[in-house]
Design a protein around this ligand. Structure first.
Ligand code: 26W
Length: 822
């Protein structure tokens, strides 16, 4: 119930139109004759933001008054994607706004396209954080998302001559109407310097940290509106600024420009997101970023806790803090420091509070992704934290010693300090020791954590380990991105599925209804027309919506094996050229994803995709049966068009490498069939949709383990498999590179001599499976049935389910319904 209606709250068409003109005039300072699309977007965005505020303030007021246990989701990345569409959906005003905008003579879709998406994340982990805060708000759970307000998000990718080129992502160029700066809640963060002991009046010893420098952290808040509930939580992102004190002292010494210089240096801290996923770099600035946002967030939580009239000794009863991978793991040492040094709490009490507060999610099994900081670098930036970590370690190793008498190698393996060569601080170890619960993100991943990466910790504390399979929010990934399907589904089974996704199972009987299948197919066709238009606009390649849309979108990485899909394409092409394939199913291969700028092999994989596309797309012998496109700058916005338009979802990572995957879930919900390995959440998707509706290929994780253990020789496979040999030879002899035999040599050599991700071992199984896919697709009716069942059985993969599990089993938090206050 909107208690009083005005230009800021009204959700009638007339009220919305008034609000729009009001903001065009008073916020943008424009009138229709001189306004552009950007102005119209800003005007509408402000009108929509106004409509979140009454809920937001009601939520904050209620939480302030009743002090419920609150979740703090600490994440270095929040890959939010555009806010406007999502807010329209969650506020329940999409259709009315569309109408209001129409009556003004504008097109809502065109306005939505004006928003620069906040791409403050690399991929899966950052997008998961975004889905989770949507589900938290929808579940009416009091929660903050805490992170970094990068001035430049993930780089903007273009393709030149087939190669990836990176450009800065100036997402704040036109301002950000979705944030409110809260200068009054700025905090100070120390860096560098040294520590010293001192005695208080009672003669007790304490430690003081005398930093080399301080920076200010300024919070920027965005509302996170729950779906059709009043609860509106806060995403609080920190920006680094120079501290007043710092400027002032320099200025007084007459060094004005020196002071300005320092200001610039401070602000560099939150300048840019590191574009690497799965490979750590050990850069000083990255550690500073991590510590900066963690310290800001913990200081903020303690401020809120005290403002609610409570003492630090009850902190763990009021906050549950989730560490999104190890990027915020320094929080364990920082909370100890804040409790001990600033709040004068005894060690044991502080440690109890700390370990009851934190829980840790691991997102990767790749050894190169495990964060460790060179000890000297760590000590230079965080001298006090190193002391605290030494003390945590000493006490921890003592417990280990007691549990495993005389097992010295175990002590070395478990230590928070890696002393096997150059010394490092191991962040995953800090996270494990400081957390009450440790979880993986899919069943297989959680099992492999216990058997492999975190085995020693599992043996120490088996009770800490659990699984929470990832999920994605159906509000963005179905309702917003696939309105056609949403309409059909809601007309068929009602709207309950939007917040209770397992209700999609009510669609199952309709798979046998031919009229329903026709509607289902027509929707997929229409979505493919939209996707084809996007592809044409961005690549210049015309693709036919009548071909099968075979899609592989995710970060480019060898373990994800985009080049295995390329081997398949070349196989089909080679069959066509050698006349051994009279009847080829028309397929459009759609690739998208970014390579880390320093990851040479991944960049070469992009070049290979484009090189193969250039040849295949322009070869008349192919008769347009095969098209290969690389959609540049794949991001949330494009995802919203890609997932609904896909027929086939490629989830082809080497088994045991992909922690979960979440794109796989978005595809399945939207009716794509999956071709995939027994990896991550693929296994659970197959469990749900049933084996006959899933195209499985490749070795299992345990087979992979055995193959590697018994000495894998990829070249042997190349020697005996003629078709594979022909395919590899086409690359090797420069067929896709105008005779240049050097350019793809690193890929070919790697495959033939090392092949760490077992492409050759899985090749034949993949090709055979793809042949089955083609045969199945020809049976349009069979395919439609399978597509419906995939969607109908994807209910498990809502992030609402994931969040319910975290809330009940890990955070121990409950819903707090909010009533709207005038
Ligand atoms: C420090 C470098 C770095 C940066 C980011 C290392 C690792 C990461 C992330 C953990 C990479 C990531 O996004 N992992 C993905 O997390 C998803 C959400 O749980 C999973 O679905 C994906 O399988 C996993 O690759």
């Amino acid at each position: 119930p909107v208690i009083f209606e005005d230009d800021r709250t009204s959700v009638t068409t007339e009220g919305l139109k008034r609000a729009f003109y009001d903001h065009l005039f008073y916020t943008q300072g424009k009138f229709p004759e001189i306004a552009g699309l950007g102005d119209y977007y800003q005007a509408l965005a402000h009108a929509v933001r106004d409509r979140t505020l009454q809920r937001w303030i009601s939520s904050v007021a209620d939480h302030t008054a009743t002090a419920p246990k609150t979740v703090a989701y600490l994440s270095a990345e929040f890959l939010m994607g555009p806010h406007m569409g999502n807010n329209l959906i969650n506020l329940g005003i999409y259709d009315t706004v569309k109408k209001a905008v129409q009556e003004i003579g504008l097109d809502l879709n065109e306005l939505l396209r004006q928003e620069e998406e906040p791409g403050l994340g690399n991929g899966g982990l950052g997008r998961l954080a975004a889905c989770f805060i949507d589900s938290l708000a929808t579940a009416e759970i009091p929660a903050f998302g805490y992170g970094i307000r990068y001035e430049y998000g993930i780089f903007y990718q273009t393709i030149m001559d087939g190669w990836q080129v990176e450009n800065t992502d100036k997402w704040l160029r036109h301002g950000n109407p979705w944030e409110i700066q809260r200068a009054e809640w700025a905090v100070e963060v120390k860096l560098g310097g040294h520590t010293e002991q001192y005695q208080d009046d009672l003669g007790r010893l304490h430690v003081r940290w005398a930093p080399e420098k301080t920076v200010a952290g300024v919070p920027f808040d965005s509302p996170i509106v729950g779906y059709k509930v009043t609860t509106t939580n806060t995403l609080r992102l920190w920006r680094a600024e120079a501290t007043e004190a710092f400027d002032f002292s320099q200025f007084n010494r007459g060094d004005y420009l020196g002071a300005v210089d320092k200001k610039v240096t401070s602000e560099n801290l939150t300048k840019a997101l590191y574009p690497n996923d799965e490979t750590v770099q050990g850069k000083e600035l990255r550690l500073e970023q991590q510590y900066f946002f963690v310290s800001c967030s913990l200081q903020d939580m303690l401020r809120i806790h005290k403002a609610r009239g409570m003492e630090p000794d009850t902190f763990d009863q009021k906050f549950a803090i989730q560490l999104n991978d190890t990027h915020p793991a320094i929080a364990v040492a920082e909370l100890m420091r804040l409790l001990i040094d600033d709040n004068m709490m005894p060690w044991d009490q502080a440690w109890g509070i700390t370990t009851r507060t934190f829980s840790y999610t691991n997102h990767t099994l790749l050894p190169e992704a495990l964060e460790r900081w060179p000890l000297d670098l760590f000590k230079r930036i965080l001298p006090r934290h190193l002391e605290i970590i030494y003390e945590i370690n000493a006490r921890f190793l003592n417990d280990v010693r007691i549990k495993f008498l005389g097992d010295d190698s175990r002590l070395a393996r478990l230590s928070l300090i890696d002393e096997s060569g150059e010394r490092y601080v191991r962040m995953a170890h800090l996270a494990c020791v400081g957390s009450h619960t440790i979880n993986g993100v899919a069943e297989l991943h959680s099992e492999l954590l216990k058997q492999d990466v975190l085995k020693d910790f599992y043996e120490m504390w088996p009770e800490k380990f659990t699984n929470v399979t990832n999920g994605v929010t159906p509000r963005r990934w179905m309702v917003l991105s696939n309105p056609r399907l949403t309409k059909l589904v809601s007309e068929t089974i009602g709207e309950g599925w939007i917040t209770d996704l397992p209700q999609l199972s009510k669609l199952e009987p309709h798979a046998e209804d031919s009229a329903f299948r026709d509607s289902w197919r027509a929707i997929k066709r229409a979505n493919k027309v939209d996707l084809a238009a996007l592809i044409l606009r961005r690549t210049g390649v015309a693709v036919s919506p009548d071909s099968m849309f075979d899609v592989l979108v995710k970060r480019i990485h060898e373990y994800k094996r985009q080049h295995l899909a390329v081997l398949h394409i070349i196989t089909l092409y080679h069959r066509l050229k050698s006349g051994r394939s009279a009847y080829t199913l028309p397929r459009t291969f759609i690739f998208g994803g970014k390579a880390a700028p320093g990851y040479t092999m991944a960049k070469l994989m992009i070049k290979l995709i484009n090189a193969v596309g250039d040849v295949v797309n322009n070869d008349r012998d192919v008769h347009d049966l095969l098209k290969v496109v690389f959609l540049p700058n794949f991001n949330v916005t494009y995802g919203q068009c890609v997932y609904p338009g896909a027929d086939l979802s490629e989830q082809i990572s080497l088994a045991g490498k992909e922690a979960s995957g979440t794109g796989n879930m978005k595809f399945a919900m939207n009716g794509a069939l999956t071709i995939g390995t027994m990896d991550g959440a693929n296994i659970e998707i197959r469990d749900q949709v049933k084996a006959e509706n899933f195209f499985l290929f490749g070795h299992t994780a345990s087979e992979v383990h055995d193959i590697k253990a018994s000495g894998y020789r990829p070249r042997d496979i190349y020697e005996v498999n003629a078709e594979l040999r022909a395919v590899v030879d086409l690359i090797q002899t420069g067929f896709f590179s105008r005779g240049d035999t050097d350019v793809f040599k690193p890929i070919v050599d790697n495959l033939l001599d090392h092949d760490p991700y077992l492409l050759l071992a899985d090749y034949q199984s993949y090709i055979d499976c793809q042949d089955v896919v083609s045969d199945t697709y020809r049976e349009a009716d069979t395919w439609a049935r399978m597509s419906i069942l995939n969607s109908a059985r994807s209910g498990k993969f809502s992030s609402d389910r994931s969040i319910a599990e975290y809330a009940k089993n890990i955070w121990k938090v409950e819903a707090v319904p909010i009533t709207l206050k005038p």
